[in-house]
Design a protein around this ligand. Structure first.
Ligand code: GDP
Ligand code: IMO
Ligand code: MG
Length: 457
């Protein structure tokens, strides 16, 4: 059974493009990229789905976000957590690529690699490629992230609940065109130092309490740059060659998720990158035509870390049960995740934007003990159903959720390995979700490890 790859070959031809009936010249072999994306507010189990596909992948890429992500992979009873490294780094036969759309905190990257090396991850530095166009997150970006949170709390009485990994400030530097990239660090160090000093001054003028030991920072960055240098490539050209060379299985691992997307998420309680499918194109330099399967990952219930509207949240015994049974604690920050019923309004919304070709439904096993399971199927405003997902958070806070109620299967599903091993009530739950979203469910997760994934087709 195929894992779900969609590498498509175009046969070589020496005919002029127009005569060959092509809209544009495509006289070489092209590969299509498989994309894995979060369909809720993050932590859906993307790492596990990527790990499953990565066993056959040639290249595994990150296209956006930074070490705000926390992806767990459990192999042979060992648990690895990845933040900046693509989860595919675990596969000794594949190359991992950190694309231009990612923001990189170098101390974080090396700390993560070294930590996982101690757990048994060998040779990762030789398998990692870093785009020269990726922007850098500096220590002061992380400090500023904290200062901005304090300011929000003081001014508005609430903050965003960021991971404080410097993601917002680093993407702000990128957008205001004062950011520094990997290619700058590896270029003329004098030039880099002067731009770095300017950037520090800019932030200090906004945050007078910000102190930065510039010389110490530059010394450390210089050291990191030498360790990084062998990994750096022109990411666009690397991807072009991967797409147009011999058949290759290329996987893109989304970080964060649709409802945290800077454009489509629950703004302003979002992250600072595009975590939807467009991010795969802009964050790696992939033409849209080369996007193949887009797999959405959704939990069988919903969780959210940080602040923001959450219509199906259960601030009661059900929420507590999901939190404890699901071990719903943030991988990056150690914060308890907020929990609630599966919200199909948000998953359908994620599908509108991403055009999922199939869904991975994870953590079904967590629902095993429930008497009754609810699924949010529509939002009502002033008693009327609304067909869209509200842009305004004040509106989202006011929606009333319409639920479908299922009686629980009350059976341990953790040992199920095929569809027929699942109780009929669990099968009905899955089929309902599939029909409601209008996308086939390809995998169902019933446990943490690699083998706890039922493949449906
Ligand atoms: P990601 O950020 O989307 O990669 O997800 P996280 O790693 O932050 O959180 C998902 C958590 O659920 C991790 O602890 C996984 O090991 C765990 N997990 C993933 N799939 C399943 C599943 O099907 N069942 C159970 N019980 N745990 C799972
Ligand atoms: P993965 O890839 C869950 C949330 C933060 C905060 C908001 C903004 O593991 O699914 P940021 O530090 O990005 O500026 O924080 O976004 N957030 C995540 N929540 N999983 C993630 O990633 C997240 N990445 C960011 O909690 O509410
Ligand atoms: Mg996570």
């Amino acid at each position: 059974m195929s894992l779900g790859w969609s590498a498509k070959e175009h046969k070589p031809t020496n005919q002029p493009a127009a005569a060959a009936g092509l809209k544009r010249p495509r006289n070489d072999v092209e590969n299509r990229v498989t994309v894995v994306l979060g369909a809720q507010w993050g932590d859906e189990g993307k790492g596990k789905v990527v790990d499953l596909l990565a066993t056959e992948a040639d290249v595994v890429c990150r296209c956006q976000g930074g070490n705000n992500a926390g992806h767990t992979v459990v192999v042979d009873g060992k648990e690895y957590d990845f933040h900046l490294l693509p989860s595919g780094i675990i596969n000794p036969k594949s190359i991992s690529l950190i694309g231009n759309g990612v923001v990189i905190h170098l101390p974080g990257l090396f700390e993560e690699g070294d930590k996982n090396e101690k757990k048994g991850l060998k040779g990762w530095e030789k398998r990692l490629i870093v785009s020269d166009r990726a922007h850098l997150v500096f220590d002061f970006h992380q400090v500023v992230d904290g200062l901005q949170e304090t300011e929000r709390q003081a001014q508005e009485g609430k903050n965003i609940g960021t991971t404080k990994k410097g993601i917002g400030p680093a993407y702000s530097s990128k957008a205001s065109r004062t950011g520094l990239r990997v290619c700058d660090l590896l270029g003329d160090i004098k030039d880099f130092s002067s731009k770095f000093k300017n950037l520090v001054r800019q932030y200090q003028s906004m945050y007078p309490s910000l102190t930065v030991d510039v010389e110490d920072q530059l010394k450390k960055l210089k050291e990191y740059s030498e360790r990084l240098r062998p990994m750096v490539r022109d990411g666009v050209y690397y991807m072009y060659e991967a797409l147009h060379g011999s058949p290759k299985k290329i996987l893109v691992e989304g970080a964060n998720a649709a409802l945290l997307d800077i454009d489509f998420g629950t703004y302003p309680f979002v992250t600072s990158s595009n975590c939807t499918v467009g991010g795969a194109c802009t964050g790696l330099g992939i033409p849209p035509l080369n996007i193949g399967d887009v797999f959405g990952v959704a939990k069988a219930y919903t969780t959210r870390v940080g602040i923001g509207a959450f219509p199906t949240e259960q601030l009661n015994a059900v929420g507590e049960l999901l939190q404890t049974r699901g071990h719903e604690v943030g991988v990056t920050t150690g914060r308890k995740r907020r929990c609630g019923w599966l919200d199909l309004v948000i998953v359908r919304y994620a599908h509108m934007i991403n055009g999922f070709t199939a869904i991975a439904l994870t953590k079904l096993d967590i629902l095993d003990v429930l008497e009754e399971i609810k699924v949010g199927i529509a939002y009502k405003l002033n008693g009327k159903k609304i067909p869209h997902f509200p842009a305004n958070m004040d509106v989202l806070h006011k929606v009333e959720v319409e639920y479908e109620t299922f009686s629980g299967w009350k059976t341990d599903t953790s040992a199920a390995r095929k569809w027929s091993d699942l109780p009929v009530k669990a099968q009905n739950y899955i089929r309902f979700i599939e029909n409601h979203i209008g996308v086939p469910i390809k995998w169902v997760g019933v446990g943490k490890s690699r083998e706890c994934m039922i493949q449906m087709f």
